[in-house]
Ligand binder design. Structure first.
Ligand SMILES: [Zn+2]
Length: 327
């Protein structure tokens, strides 16, 4: 954990949004800035947007970069925390082997760390959220895709070249839909919010009797998880079947994680988890049917505590922790 008086700057870089915040040693956010990622404008525009956002965060906290102990960046895609290189990111077109850590570090003149966004969120939940006191746990975020982080013995498990934890690309159905990673039947193609919406659209286009469209303003393009959830709660048969299908695939993936890692807890975040028990209870039951009893009975599921801030808090906390240990 961090010492008092230390201040970290967290940067949560996403394909659509940039979140930055100044965080103290107790994980409290002293400021927070939210802006849009100009991903289509290329790397330089994104770096500039990050720097603008950090300036606003520092000024809101009444600080300058001189006051910072360390800077942490959580970034989507494959990166190596040791070298600070972002290899590639499906959400940031054109980014290949970018020395993101050193670029940001030069701007601030402060020790800077790069970590995968899912791992950053896991660190946030480990230090200040739902996984406090856990030593072995998995964090998953289920939203447009499925991301996550693996914590083993109180530390993020990064793998031999830093790219471990791509939970959403665990293959669940080898004959399943094509994923943008190039593989077929990845977990996020079957159990994410995007998977839920695209399956709904596919069936509605065939002409099935359902009220889902009514909850999407009559526009099939606007069929998203929220509309399906609302229709399900109101008793729509198709909506309930679609959520049950997502729950089934979610449970299959959870069973795999439980059998491989034997975690104490699996923390679930992301927009789709807002559906709550209707999605999660059947997913937990499916996991229970498939996982080894010894592993399943000794673990529990819980919802993430820090919401959208887990990544930005985690990136800053990771940087403070690493800088304190001088690594
Ligand atoms: Zn994939």
């Amino acid at each position: 954990m961090t010492k008092n008086g230390e201040l970290g700057l967290g940067i949560d870089l996403g394909g659509t949004k940039i979140l930055t915040a100044v965080i103290d040693a107790a994980g409290k956010m002293l400021s927070r800035d939210h802006s849009v990622t100009p991903a289509a404008e290329g790397q330089e525009a994104v770096i500039e947007a990050i720097m603008e956002s950090t300036k606003r965060s520092l000024s809101e906290a009444g600080m300058t970069s001189e006051d910072l102990t360390a800077v942490g960046i959580g970034a989507p895609g494959l990166s190596n925390p040791e070298t600070g290189i972002l290899y590639t990111s499906p959400n940031l077109p054109g980014w290949h082997d970018v020395p993101l850590r050193d670029i940001i570090s030069k701007e601030f003149g402060k020790t800077t760390y790069l970590i995968n966004d899912g791992s950053a969120a896991a660190v946030g939940e480990l230090y200040f959220g739902a996984a406090k006191r856990a030593r072995d746990f998995i964090y998953i975020t289920v939203s447009t895709g499925i991301g996550g982080g693996i914590v083993v013995n109180g530390e993020i498990y990064a793998g031999s070249t830093g790219t471990a934890g791509e939970l959403g690309h665990m293959v669940i159905d080898d004959d399943g839909p094509l994923c943008n990673c190039g593989n077929t039947g990845c977990w996020e193609m079957l159990a994410s919010g995007t998977a839920l919406a695209s399956e709904a659209k596919r069936i509605i286009e065939r002409g099935t009797d359902t009220t889902i469209l009514d909850y999407a303003g009559g526009n099939i393009e606007k069929v998203k998880a929220e509309a399906i959830h609302e229709a399900a709660v109101a008793g729509d048969d198709l909506a309930n079947r679609l959520i049950a299908r997502n729950a089934y695939y979610l449970g299959v993936g959870l069973a795999n994680l439980i059998n491989i890692f034997n975690p104490e807890v699996i923390v679930i975040g992301g927009g789709l988890s807002n559906i709550g028990d209707l999605l999660l209870l059947p997913a937990y039951e499916e996991a229970g049917r498939r996982a080894f009893k010894q592993s399943y009975q000794s673990m529990h599921f819980t919802l993430a505590d820090l919401g959208r801030n887990s990544g930005v808090i985690g990136a800053a906390a990771y940087a403070l922790e690493r800088s304190r240990k001088n690594i």
